[in-house]
Design a protein around this ligand. Structure first.
Ligand code: RP5
Length: 181
């Protein structure tokens, strides 16, 4: 259901009928209500042609599923996990405790505390179990960081990241050029 919703959210990509490759990145979230934020990570990975899977895995509502997902991710070929959650956002930290893979946490703004609760829950991991935390609701940066991590051992991907950075720089230069000075 999540994959179907994601495809409709990324309608421009759903015309691609190519067979799906084995996922290298796992994008998980505590609730389907996180999907409007977390879809941005999937969008980035699609742009870089990095195969990814999207799942709802709740630390407190489906703890057994969280355990089996995190503890089997490495043997299934997943190389990076992006985990988004809101409120008492323990999903990224719990997953990081169960896998040696790098885990990127996305604090989702989901409660009356405006995302600060999620941010602090994810960023304040005790020593020994790291979670790389991006800004509140910034799943785009989680996707980009996953690409950079994979780029360490994937020269083509790293080159595409360098090109992406050049393109962003060129955008600024064009805007600067158009300014009346
Ligand atoms: C967390 O609680 C989820 O990650 C979500 O951000 C938040 C609210 O979940 P729902 O009540 O919308 O399912 O577990």
């Amino acid at each position: 259901i999540v994959e179907a919703r994601l495809k409709s959210m990324l309608r421009e990509d759903s015309k691609n009928d190519q067979p799906e490759a084995a996922p290298r990145v796992g994008i998980i979230m505590g609730s389907d209500s996180d999907l409007p934020v977390m879809k941005d990570a999937a969008k980035v990975l699609r742009e870089f042609n990095v195969p990814a899977e999207v799942r709802i895995v709740s630390a407190h509502r489906t703890p057994e599923m969280m355990f089996s997902y995190a503890s089997s991710a490495r043997e299934r070929g997943i190389q990076v996990i992006i985990a988004g959650a809101g409120g008492a956002a323990h999903l990224p930290g719990m997953v990081a405790a169960l896998t040696p893979l790098p885990v990127i946490g996305v604090p989702v703004r989901a409660s009356t505390l405006d995302g600060l609760d999620s941010l602090l829950s994810i960023v304040q991991m005790p020593r020994g179990v790291p979670v790389a935390t991006v800004a509140i609701n910034n799943a785009t940066n989680a996707g980009l960081l996953a690409v950079r991590l994979l780029g360490i051992s994937d020269i083509d991907l790293q080159a595409r990241m360098a090109q992406y950075q050049e393109d962003r720089r060129d955008e600024v230069l064009v805007k600067d050029d158009k300014l009346e000075k």
